[in-house]
Design a protein around this ligand. Structure first.
Ligand code: MLT
Length: 398
């Protein structure tokens, strides 16, 4: 028998949303008539734009012609999409050469760790999207620093003043799970920290399309100095309902470097080589869909979907406040984050909502110790279902 990678045993036995899925399935077995409303995982429910579906269908049909057929979609084969992301998302501040198309933000936020030595310290906020922590544990990293977010600091953890070592810093704004956003000053302070310590920021921008408030940066690259210290991960999943289609990207700051034994290496070049070994790219059909997603028509489809999701999030926030709770987020983000009533544990509240209302939420404990006694509602749901779920929650008389 071959030996296991023992690091795999360092992570929880079941991924948070897999665990929730299993609990919901068990409930459905014993309550087959329950009308379950899922506000747990942030999974798209609105159909993709028609123009996007047509672009995919056409590209698929083209593959049956001698002129339209194409083989491996390697780095160069993905250039039109990389160009379009450079233009539409970054106003060309990040050149197409520094953008790498992938099958999604989740894959890249774990895979990016291939770049760093195993003894690099990792800094994450707490609460935190569990993928950042657990993929690092799987790699064998042991030095993970948690920065606490709470109601007092608005879930924007203080930037450490006592760390001199270079770190991998995970930031996600709009934030999953808290739905909070960061202004330019806060992000600039992180960029300055990274500059001072020789750290690299992995900036998860998967929810940037949900920012409504003016003046909030949609990208870390809107912040001075980020080209030296940041790698941004983007995605079509939440902005264009691509959760089941799978296209994302990694954008690497033009000047980000890592030090080796003798030289400094451009991260752009390291990642290009890593990708060449790890992947043959994203299918031509999905690329055509993503390219269309960035067209004016595709962006309009996204705008309508995002507006619907934000409408849901605002409804959630208003209802929770009516109930005397103190939610945050849900204004520039599809998630509403809230302390549980009477300090219940998040899992107890999850059980209460499921058993009494047939509503699924996500318990805060799933996002780390600072998530204790909190829950998250996802606004990715049909508005009538959200309204119904909120009515049921109101009837609980919390
Ligand atoms: C979430 O609901 O937080 C995530 O988007 C689900 C996931 O991709 O793991």
């Amino acid at each position: 028998m071959a030996n296991i990678n023992a690091n795999l045993l360092r992570v929880p036995k079941s991924y948070l949303f897999r665990d929730i899925g299993n609990r919901v399935s068990a409930f459905m077995e014993t309550h087959p008539d329950a009308d379950i409303i899922k506000l747990g995982i942030g999974d798209a429910v609105q159909p993709i734009g028609r123009c996007i579906a047509s672009a995919g269908a056409m590209r698929c049909a083209d593959m049956a012609s001698a002129e339209g057929f194409a083989g491996y979609p390697n780095e160069w084969g993905m250039m039109p999409l990389r160009e379009a992301i450079s233009r539409r998302v970054y106003g060309r501040a990040i050149p197409a050469d520094n953008i790498f198309v992938s099958t999604g933000a989740k894959e890249d936020s774990g895979g990016i760790q291939d770049l760093f030595s195993l003894d690099t310290k990792v800094l994450v906020p707490n609460p935190v999207y569990p993928v950042y922590v657990n993929t690092n544990l799987m790699y064998g990293r042991t030095d993970i620093g948690y920065l606490e977010g709470n109601a007092i600091n608005g879930f924007l953890p203080e930037i450490p003043t006592d760390i001199e070592d270079s770190c991998i810093i995970y930031l996600c704004f709009p934030n999953n799970p808290t739905g909070q956003v960061a202004d330019r000053g806060y992000l600039k302070a992180w960029v300055d920290f990274a500059d001072r310590t020789g750290s690299v920021i992995i900036f998860d921008a998967a929810y940037s399309a949900f920012i409504q408030s003016s003046g909030i940066p949609r990208s870390i690259f809107d912040v001075d100095g980020a080209q030296r210290v940041a790698i941004e991960i983007g995605s079509f999943s939440k902005s264009h309902s691509f959760t089941g289609i799978r296209v994302g990207w990694t954008a690497i700051g033009k000047e980000v470097e890592l030090s080796g034994l003798k030289h400094a290496y451009k991260v752009r070049d390291l990642w290009a080589n890593r990708q060449a070994y790890r992947t043959n790219g994203v299918s031509h059909i999905l690329q055509a869909m993503a390219l269309e997603a960035l067209s004016d028509e595709g962006m309009e489809a996204s705008r309508i979907q995002v507006a619907g999701t934000i409408h849901n999030a605002l409804l959630m926030g208003d209802t929770l406040r009516e109930l005397g709770l103190n939610p945050v987020g849900g204004i520039d983000a599809p998630y509403v984050w809230c302390p549980t009533p009477d300090g219940m544990s998040g899992w107890d509240f999850f059980d209460l909502l499921l058993s009494q209302c047939s509503v699924v939420c996500t318990p805060g404990e799933g996002f780390g110790t600072a998530g204790a006694n909190h829950f998250r509602l996802s606004a990715f749901a049909h508005t009538d279902k959200v309204a119904e779920a909120l009515e049921r929650i109101k009837r609980l008389r919390l």
